[in-house]
Design a protein around this ligand. Structure first.
Ligand SMILES: C[S@@+](CC[C@H](N)C(=O)[O-])C[C@H]1O[C@@H](n2cnc3c(N)ncnc32)[C@H](O)[C@@H]1O
Length: 207
């Protein structure tokens, strides 16, 4: 059971799954540095204010803060945001970062304050209804011209049991409203010794 900053109570399978992963330490994303796609983006943009959606231990927000950005990180697992804040302090960027526990579909800012949003592996586990809420919130909090960098796993419809990732083509449809797709790179991702998944990086611009 999880209580977000609005006091709403959210119980869901995804939350339980992530809490279990943090408790068991099965965290293939717990590296110190963000992926190369983030590192390569940083020198192309003037520093501003960024939002790290589903921030985990805050590697993206911390990296951005070390490169002149003010960065907020949101994650619904409290243990993750506590550790992100601790890591930011160790990295000397406590003042340039803010981490809070909450739903990535409802970041707490109510108007367009961000120049950049990054989502690495968060929204691809949302329901369709939550995805629309998330998209609408992003439209609200991103400035016109802001960049939105997204990494997702694409669902393999032939997979048995609980399908993993977002349906093929859904990202493009969802963000046709309010965003322009600058670039997409399709690839595959392998975690531990499991079979690889189809995945993709998207670079959007807020209209
Ligand atoms: C695959 S991990 C990646 C973490 C981080 N983006 C990184 O690259 O290090 C996905 C993260 O999204 C968070 N998450 C998933 N659904 C969420 C939601 N509805 N609201 C907030 N955080 C969520 C999980 O707790 C987890 O920390």
């Amino acid at each position: 059971m999880y209580s977000n900053y609005n006091g709403d109570v959210m119980t869901n399978e995804t939350y339980d799954r992530f809490v279990e992963r943090y408790e068991s330490g099965q965290l293939p994303w717990a590296d110190e540095l963000p992926p190369p796609e983030v590192i390569d983006l940083v020198p192309t943009l003037p520093p501003g204010r960024a939002l790290d959606l589903g921030c985990g231990y805050g590697r993206t927000a911390i990296y951005l803060a070390k490169h002149g950005w003010m960065a907020d990180g949101i994650d619904f697992v409290e243990q993750a945001v506590d550790e992100a804040a601790r890591r930011a302090a160790v990295a000397g960027v406590a003042e340039q970062t803010a981490f809070y526990a909450g739903s990535a579909a409802t970041p707490k800012e109510d108007h367009a304050v961000y120049d950049l949003a990054v989502d690495i592996g968060c929204m691809h586990s949302f329901s369709d209804a939550l995805l629309e809420e998330y998209r609408d919130s992003l439209k609200r909090v991103l400035k016109s011209g802001a960049i939105y960098l997204l990494f997702v796993h694409i669902r393999d419809e032939s997979q048995e049991g609980r399908p993993h990732g977002i349906a093929k083509g859904h990202v493009e449809t969802l963000f046709a409203d309010g965003f322009t797709l600058d670039r997409v790179e399709h690839g595959s991702t392998q975690v531990e010794d499991r079979p690889p998944w189809e995945s993709a990086w998207y670079w959007f611009k807020r209209n």
